[in-house]
Design a protein around this ligand. Structure first.
Ligand SMILES: [Zn+2]
Length: 204
């Protein structure tokens, strides 16, 4: 079962003391980080036009993590057309999962039947995870700027844990101390088993 807000807070306090701040993650070093410090003030970066879109990982399937990398080692569920994977180790949020097509496609390349199945799987995943204890919401995100292969993020955040909300839940995933591995693995198993009640096979 995912941890409660009080359990997450207790682990934070063990790490940094009551009222303490977690260490800053290196997000400010990312090229896409939108702000910079100028004269002690955090301000938006200057917007520029670049020559061309940067190349994405796995373009045309070459060296694609999802197709030929170790993406299969972290599967929790699959059917003939889709698989659900997890990060190699627990991260700050209670659950982070990715839904990938098995075929090398971009999001907008899905045919109507595959898109309909994507919709059903997304709703099932959200419903399953949002009904777990202590989960406030599952954020479903498709960015696609990093890797070409169709993959959608499912970011589950803890209920009543402020200010871990909205799109910044993705940044809190880098900052919050991860849950115990046995709690995380039991939750992965629970999600995979429940999804397999609808379709496909649990692999954990
Ligand atoms: Zn691929």
């Amino acid at each position: 079962m995912p941890e409660s807000a009080e359990e997450v807070q207790a682990r934070i306090q063990t790490a940094v003391g009551e009222g303490g701040r977690l260490p800053m993650p290196p997000v400010h070093e990312w090229e896409i980080f939108p702000w910079e410090l100028i004269d002690g003030e955090l301000v938006p970066k200057v917007v520029e036009v670049i020559e061309a879109e940067p190349p994405r990982a796995g373009a045309d399937g070459v060296g694609c993590f999802s197709c030929v990398g170790d993406g299969n080692a972290i599967r929790i569920w699959e059917n003939d057309r889709w698989k659900v994977t997890h990060p190699p180790a627990p991260t700050g949020l209670p659950l982070v999962l990715w839904l990938h097509s098995k075929e090398h496609l971009d999001f907008a390349d899905m045919g109507d039947d595959l898109a309909a199945e994507y919709g059903r799987l997304s709703v099932w995943l959200c419903r399953i995870i949002e009904r777990m204890p202590h989960i406030g919401r599952v954020h479903v995100c498709r960015w696609g700027d990093g890797s070409e292969h169709l993959h959608t993020w499912f970011l589950a955040r803890t209920a009543r844990l402020s200010p871990v909300l909205g799109s910044f839940a993705a940044e809190w995933d880098e900052m919050l101390p991860p849950p115990p591995e046995e709690v995380w693995r039991a939750d992965l198993r629970a999600v995979a088993t429940k999804l397999a009640n609808h379709d496909g096979f649990a692999l954990v």
